[in-house]
Each structure stands twice: as structure tokens, then as C-alpha cells.
Design a protein around this ligand. Structure first.
Ligand code: ZN
Ligand code: ZN
Ligand code: ZN
Length: 421
């Protein structure tokens, strides 16, 4: 992510800032073209410091302090480019739901930052009511009943709110034997399934994808059953980015897609801080000048030329602080090939920059997610009624659990959870 600054006083600010702590200006993020705007209140809305006279209002999710993104004043939309994908949010009056949902939104907005910068198509349910990208943020029923399973089903990403509880998530990470488990990682993984639909299946790339990731026609339910019963093969690190990626080609794709986004975003952050890695070694593979925009890299290999020195350096820094590695993964040659495939389909599937300046840099993304849809958008967040009367089946029913986070591994010698849950 790039380093933002307050337009009024040039103070560096974080992506999540609502106010400049140096000069006091209200701040809002304008996703297209990706700028933090310093604002002044005026007649119930806000105008920018620069360019002058441009008028905005905040996404309605500013009220629960869950969003700082802006919408052009003239837009009919209530929610920003990220929040209009929310189909269901939890009952914010209940327990810790509000605090947990805010953490989810921080991660989700960072996900959208990268997806927008990569110019990926982002239809919401108003654009495509059957396959649009949508989110259900759901909490387990405290009175019991089936657990909410984090997963993806035909554009709909369901996230169990409990993942936003650091202690619970760490408990799950330990139980699953994972080296890394974050909210942002969940979002990047699940959206990988959505982009498999869009950039592979619907883009005529199935055969090419199968050559790299294996045959996705392998029985998914049976594959997960085997994975949870037997674990990953002992030598999985030779060919996979994570143990879970061995479960099925779909999971391998989603895991690798998540890593592609990890790499892009972290390299951009390194670049914006002007990081140079020049250790006292003649091994040139450990040197890097990270001074480019990774969103426009020509290949995954170009990214990895900087990524490997960077991760070696930051892992070493973390160890100096007594922390675990920032990037506890090994990128083996077969994983490089998979990242290269994902790099290729992302750039083939990205919305091209228009030649004319008129439609704007992201004109076609806007078309995919129009500011003024013809019909009232069904994607507006609505509170979930109390858990005992859920509006819909809160458990994804089409696909088996989609990520190791959904449930702990089954006890030995017992079959896993029913596959079609
Ligand atoms: Zn300022
Ligand atoms: Zn928003
Ligand atoms: Zn998955």
C-alpha cells in the first residue's frame, strides 16, 4: 500500500485515518483514483481542499465507524465501492459484534484497495444478482446450532465474525497447525475462489489452469475429507505454498492467489518507503532496490526478485524482536510457476486503462460497479436479526468448508464433518 499524506499539511497518515492528527482536517479515502482527501464541511457534505470545489459525502458505514471511504456527492449510492458488496452485517447491538465487524472492515477495505489497483472486475449484487461479489458477516448463535463456516460460494463470501477475536483466531491457528492466520489472509484467500470463477472458469482458462494446479474435477468433498484425515504429504513444501493448498486444486489456487496479493501489497509498501536491501554479502539474490509499482510488474518473477530479499530482511528483523517470521513461507519453483499463472490471468483479466482520458482511469471498473445502478441495490448492508431467527440459512450449503478455518480438524479415527454442510 502506498503512503498517504494529508493534502492540507503534508503529514503522513494511515489508510484508516479519519482525521489528520497534525492539522485536524477531516480525511476521507477516494478509491478512484486512490487518494486520501483532506476535507472541509460544507452544507451537510464535504468539499476537498484540492481539487477545490469537488464535493463528497462519506459512505454510510462511517456512522458505525467502519469506513472512511468517500462517494461523489452527486452519486445515488449510499455505500462506497467496498461496502456496497456487503450483503449481511451482524446485529451491531449484540455483544462484541460491532468491534469485530470493524476489524473485518479494516481488512476488507485493504483487500479492495489492492483489487481496485489491479483493475480487477468487481461486480456487486446490483450488477450481477447471481454471481456478483458479496459478503455475509455472520456470528455464531451463542445458544448453539451449526457453526458459521467461512467460505465462498458463487461470489458470496461468508466470514465468521469470531475470526476477528485475536485469541480465538490464534487458538484456531494453533489447532490447525498454520504458521499464519489473519483476517486479511482470509479475505485474500476467499476472493481467490471468486476470481477462479471469473478469470479461469469463465475466461476459457480451465485447461491452462489444470496444467499448473491439477485437475479441479477431483471430488472436492472427498479431497477435503482426505486432507483432514491424513494431513498434507510430508514433502508438500516442494510444490505448495501451504499445507492446506494440497487439499484440492481449488484450494491451491486460492492459497496462491492470496500470496500473490500479499506480495503485491507488501512490495508496494516497501516501495513507498524507498526500501533498499543491501546486506553485506556478494550473493546478489539477497539484494534488491524496491523502487517500482508492483501492480504493473511484467511477471511474477520480477516481483519475486525483490520479494525474496525483502522477506529475508523482514523475517530477520522480526526475529530480532523475538517475533515469528513476517512471511513464514517458502516459495519453491513450482509455486513460482503458479504465481506466474495467477499474474498472467490477473493482467489478462484486468480492466484496461482507457486510451481516452474521458472515462477516467478506472472507467470500466466503475461500469462494473456503477455509481448509479438502475435498480435499488440489494447489496446494502442490513442488520442480521437475532441469531435464533436468522433470515436465511446462515451456513453455506452449496460447498463444503472452504478454508481450514471453518472447523478444527476432526478427532483421529472419526470421519470429518459432513461434507455438504
Ligand atoms: Zn493535516
Ligand atoms: Zn464504505
Ligand atoms: Zn478455500
Amino acid at each position: 500500500m502506498k503512503l498517504f499524506k494529508c493534502q492540507a499539511c503534508q503529514q503522513s497518515v494511515y489508510f484508516e485515518n479519519r482525521v489528520c492528527t497534525a492539522c485536524g482536517h477531516t480525511l476521507g479515502y477516494l478509491p478512484l483514483p486512490g487518494e486520501m482527501m483532506a476535507l472541509q464541511p460544507r452544507d451537510g457534505h464535504f468539499t476537498a481542499i484540492t481539487p477545490k470545489k469537488t464535493a463528497y459525502r462519506f459512505c454510510e458505514n462511517i456512522t458505525p465507524d467502519a469506513c472512511n471511504w468517500l462517494i461523489p456527492l452527486e452519486s445515488q449510492e449510499k455505500f462506497c465501492l467496498a461496502c456496497r458488496h456487503n450483503r449481511t452485517i451482524p446485529d451491531l447491538a449484540m455483544g462484541e459484534n460491532l468491534e469485530r465487524w470493524r476489524k473485518m472492515e479494516v481488512a476488507k477495505h485493504r483487500l479492495f484497495y489492492t483489487l481496485i489497483a489491479l483493475r480487477l472486475p468487481l461486480p456487486n449484487l446490483a450488477d450481477d444478482s447471481e454471481h456478483g461479489l458479496a459478503f455475509d458477516f455472520l456470528a455464531d448463535n451463542p445458544s448453539g446450532g451449526p457453526k458459521i463456516l467461512t467460505g465462498h460460494d458463487d461470489g458470496l463470501i461468508t466470514i465468521n465474525l469470531i475470526e476477528a477475536d485475536d485469541a480465538e483466531r490464534e487458538k484456531l491457528r494453533t489447532a490447525m497447525g498454520e504458521p499464519y492466520r489473519t483476517l486479511l489472509g482470509h479475505f485474500r484467500h476467499e476472493v481467490g475462489h471468486f476470481f477462479w470463477d471469473v478469470l479461469v472458469r469463465d475466461a476459457g482458462k480451465l485447461e491452462a489452469c489444470r496444467e499448473v494446479f491439477g485437475d479441479d474435477r477431483a471430488d472436492y468433498g472427498e479431497a477435503l475429507k482426505q486432507h483432514y484425515a491424513n494431513g498434507a504429504p510430508a514433502d508438500w513444501q516442494k510444490s505448495f505454498i501451504s499445507a492446506y493448498a494440497t487439499a484440492h486444486p481449488w484450494e491451491d489456487f486460492a492459497e496462491t492467489f492470496a500470496h500473490y496479493l500479499h506480495i503485491i501489497d507488501t512490495l508496494e509498501t516497501a516501495s513507498t518507503f524507498g526500501l533498499r536491501i543491501h546486506p553485506a554479502t556478494k550473493n546478489r539474490a539477497l539484494h534488491a532496490d524496491i523502487d517500482f509499482d508492483p501492480h504493473n510488474a511484467t511477471s511474477a518473477n520480477v516481483l519475486l526478485d525483490s520479494w525474496l530479499p525483502l522477506t529475508f530482511a523482514v523475517n530477520s528483523l522480526n526475529r530480532s524482536m523475538g517475533l515469528g517470521d513476517l512471511y513464514p513461507f517458502i516459495v519453491s519453483p513450482p509455486v513460482v510457476q503458479k504465481l506466474e499463472f495467477i499474474h498472467g490471468i490477473i493482467h489478462a483479466g484486468s480492466v484496461k486503462k482507457p486510451k481516452s482520458k474521458k472515462p477516467g482511469l478506472f472507467g470500466r471498473i466503475m461500469k462494473a460497479a456503477p455509481e448509479q445502478p438502475p435498480a435499488p441495490p440489494p447489496s446494502q448492508p442490513v442488520p442480521v436479526p437475532p441469531p435464533q431467527t436468522p433470515p436465511e440459512d446462515p451456513v453455506p450449503v452449496e460447498l463444503p468448508p472452504d478454508h481450514p478455518g471453518e472447523f478444527p480438524p476432526p478427532p483421529p479415527n472419526q470421519p470429518p464433518e459432513p461434507l455438504r454442510v
